[in-house]
Design a binder for this molecule. Structure first.
Ligand code: ADP
Length: 304
């Protein structure tokens, strides 16, 4: 196995004269979970399409599992499992049939595919569902079937585009747990997400993107410590600009986003004291997270 699963060096991509990925570089080590975190339109899917050789970069160098991409994308693809963002299962086919059809793309024989189906269904927590039509499954089950399908040829690298978008919290947690189990088996994961919680929970390292550019890179907790490093008090229910004036003395930094004021302070008790006279305010004190990092770096929230 190569120690570097993916490397992008100074990759740029423009559509219709508009740069959507701008001199982007990162590398993913074998066995780690690496995240591309950014709001919709930041360029995450374009980067994954370039990694898969589906879109050529205008400039730059991409290597995946030791193969130059797009020149030898077919070679790289043999070791990659992909879970796309949108459900592309054959809805009228059963779970088993979906796996059979997919396995044939990898030139596997029916016998070979049948041999791996039980363990894939067990992995995806879909035991007993082999003969259910995909259309009958819940959203979470369908996403787990897509994950099982991506594993059919036992790839060493998985590329997941927004793996839990549209799922309820329970289904999302189950996917996270399954992905951690894959990491435990030594798989490498590249995932795109706009959920900071997902990135924080799963990623060993990540890049934060905005408008095609990398604005931060590192381990989630290190980024949070470096960029924020103190408690956060979210204040809502008042005029955030008036509140900002009131709190200037007791906070390291204050950001306003919509109707919420984010107060970053290593003396949160003082902030609370300052606000105690004001009624109708809602206060939430919490540890800092990647959302705060994004707000600090861009001046806006990542959440939709
Ligand atoms: P993300 O995955 O972060 O939501 P995308 O990579 O899908 O972002 O898109 C980045 C930008 O590139 C967006 O502004 C999008 O409209 C544009 N874009 C993506 N694909 C194409 C395409 N095939 N043609 C033109 N513009 C595109």
């Amino acid at each position: 196995m190569t120690a570097t699963a993916i490397s992008l060096v100074d990759v740029t991509k423009a559509y219709n004269g508009r740069t959507v990925v701008d001199r982007f570089s990162f590398f993913v080590k074998a066995g780690e979970c690496f995240g591309l975190l950014g709001p919709n339109g930041a360029g995450k899917s374009t980067i994954t399409r370039m990694v898969l050789g589906m879109t050529p970069p205008d400039v730059g160098k991409i290597t995946v599992l030791g193969a130059p991409v797009p020149a030898q994308a077919r070679l790289a693809r043999a070791g990659i499992g992909v879970v796309p963002q949108f459900d592309d299962l054959d809805q009228e086919f059963t779970v088993r049939e979906n796996l059979l059809v997919f396995g044939r793309y990898f030139n596997m024989s029916t016998r070979q595919i049948e041999a791996v189906i039980p363990s894939l269904l067990e992995f995806a927590r879909l035991e007993g569902k082999a003969d259910a039509r995909a259309a009958e499954l819940s959203g979470g089950m369908r996403r787990r079937l897509m994950l099982a399908r991506a594993l059919i040829n036992d790839p060493q690298l998985l590329i997941l585009d927004e793996p839990t978008t549209g799922l309820d919290p329970h289904a999302r947690h189950l996917i996270w747990e399954r992905l951690r189990s894959l990491l435990g088996r030594g798989k490498t994961i590249l995932l795109t997400t706009h959920f900071m919680e997902e990135a924080e929970r799963l990623c060993d390292r990540l890049c934060v993107l905005e408008e095609g550019r990398k604005i931060a890179e590192g381990r989630p907790q290190a980024l949070i410590d470096e960029q924020i490093g103190c408690q956060v008090i979210e204040v809502s229910g008042g005029n955030p600009y008036e509140l900002r004036a009131l709190m200037n003395g007791c906070a390291q930094r204050i950001e306003v986003s919509g109707e919420t004021l984010f107060c970053y302070s290593s003396t949160p008790d003082q902030v609370r004291l300052q606000l105690r006279e004001l009624s109708d305010l809602r206060l939430l004190q919490r540890p800092p997270n990647l959302e705060d990092v994004f707000l600090r770096l861009t001046g806006r929230e990542m959440k939709e």
